[in-house]
Design a protein around this ligand. Structure first.
Ligand SMILES: Cc1cc2nc3c(=O)[nH]c(=O)nc-3n(C[C@H](O)[C@H](O)[C@H](O)COP(=O)(O)OP(=O)(O)OC[C@H]3O[C@@H](n4cnc5c(N)ncnc54)[C@H](O)[C@@H]3O)c2cc1C
Length: 417
């Protein structure tokens, strides 16, 4: 059987792997995207029911990839302000798009809708082969390249592949990452996230809420005109109890906890889905001819909606380093090339990991001195515009050296659509 030759093979075509493929084909690379779950399946684990809060810079990247244009305004709801509150201490801060001179802080978009657009862009490009449902087997790496067999789980013909570089993007439980001896540090949170959607009797006007309760944060993100996507983090036993509630009892429960700031919760839409949560990260995510990205490289708590946004900026940076290196005639699988990427992106990865974990530790802590300190911290933030700007620039992905794809054109510096 003839070996198919590519520049890169990506294992895992979820949110991060498919985004990377879109960027790479735009830079003229030939890519094999190997994805285990069929894209037509409603069980595709990455393009699922959850909604993702995209930062401003992720919106900029998706617009340049032509992914954004296919998302209707109901599928991408602008987040114009975020209200952060602490149930125990009563502290409160409101962060708005005006604080950073933008029309939105970010957008809340269904993962399924983003996935559909990514696949549409990829299917219209001849430089990418989507091998799905398939997984990589017999992976061999040597001085000249990567060799693997794309194994068809549905009994079709296996396909031998070769490339200069292998990218592992197959999620938090990546078996290939272990096989190639990348060892992540993993600390399971004693928490799970319940995800659902609710309809309210009032327009959301782009308001998002992050309400910290000792048991974990309850986040409401605007979805459509009259609704919110909900991410409620709690210990598994508490969540089991919540899952036993009828749909109307559930609405009463979140109304009691959250109050009426967002209006009355009228209806629970669709299913309630639970995700176990783990903190996991690799100190080193490159080896000769191999790079690990996305959740396979770092899985963070969803508290501040940073995981995918970080993964997207990482792969935009990776593709840029590969493009520049190829243009200079260098081998893109060379460790010197990959180390450039690792040096560029390590610090931001560490910052996001510890920022999200720190939020969970600080707001869950009942140490007597900490409660008034939290309160003071939030109140100070409310009245210090430079501190708000400092925080927002970091959480919106606009701080430090960013990839070319994430930079905002000067003529469009305040407006998006
Ligand atoms: C409740 C919750 C809410 C979240 N909210 C946000 C948010 O608001 N904003 C944000 O930025 N992030 C958010 N995140 C994080 C975000 O979902 C992840 O960062 C993102 O999905 C990571 O994408 P990925 O492609 O790296 O991994 P995954 O989404 O896990 O995708 C991995 C892909 O690899 C495939 N795969 C698995 N094994 C193999 C194999 N052997 N071979 C080939 N393919 C394989 C899978 O089928 C899948 O398609 C949230 C996470 C959770 C749990």
């Amino acid at each position: 059987m003839k070996t198919e030759k590519y520049d890169l093979i990506i294992s895992g075509g979820g949110m991060v792997g498919a985004s990377l493929a879109c960027i790479l084909v735009g830079y003229g690379f030939k890519v094999a995207l190997v994805e285990a779950a069929a894209y037509s399946s409603t069980n595709q684990p990455s393009f699922d029911y959850r909604a993702l809060a995209l930062t401003y810079s992720s919106g900029v990247i998706f617009r340049k990839l032509n992914v954004w244009q296919g998302l209707s305004t109901t599928e991408a709801t602008a987040i114009r302000q975020i209200d952060v509150s602490d149930a125990a201490a009563g502290g409160h801060v409101q962060l708005t798009a005006r604080d950073v001179g933008r029309e939105a802080l970010g957008w809340n978009v269904g993962a399924r809708a983003i996935g559909a657009q990514l696949i549409q862009v990829l299917e219209s490009n001849e430089s990418v082969s989507i091998l799905s449902p398939m997984i990589l087997k017999q992976v061999e790496i040597n001085d000249v390249g990567v060799f693997a067999m794309a194994d068809d789980s549905e009994g079709g013909t296996d396909r031998p592949l070769s490339a200069k570089l292998l990218v592992i993007a197959d999620g938090s439980n990546s078996a290939l990452r272990e096989e190639l001896k990348f060892t992540p540090r993993s600390i399971p949170y004693r928490q799970c996230a319940l995800v659902c959607r609710v309809e309210t009797n009032r327009k959301n006007r782009g308001s998002a809420y992050e309400h910290f309760i000792r048991s974990g944060p309850l986040a409401l993100l605007p979805f459509g005109e009259n609704g919110y996507s909900v991410v409620w983090t709690q210990e598994p036993e508490d969540l089991n109890e919540v899952l036993q509630l009828s749909r109307s009892e559930f609405l009463v429960r979140i109304q009691t906890i959250f109050g009426d700031r967002a209006g009355q919760f009228k209806q629970l839409l669709g299913e309630r889905k639970v995700y176990p949560l783990t903190l996991s990260y690799l100190k080193k995510f490159t080896k000769p001819r191999v790079v690990v990205v996305g959740n396979a490289s770092h899985t963070v708590h969803p508290v501040a909606g940073q995981g995918f946004n970080l993964g997207l900026r990482d792969v935009a940076a990776l593709a840029q380093v590969l493009r520049d290196s190829r243009n200079r005639g260098w081998d893109i699988g060379n460790i010197e090339v990959l180390s450039k990427f690792e040096r560029w992106r390590s610090q931001e990865g560490e910052y996001v990991t510890w920022f999200t974990d720190g939020l969970i530790q600080i707001f869950a802590n009942e140490f007597p001195v900490l409660t008034p300190a939290r309160n003071l911290g939030l109140d100070l933030l409310q009245f210090l515009p430079p501190a708000k700007q400092w925080l927002l620039e970091r959480t919106m992905g606009m701080h430090g050296r960013q990839p070319d794809l994430a930079t905002i054109e000067r003529e469009n510096s305040g407006k998006f659509r």
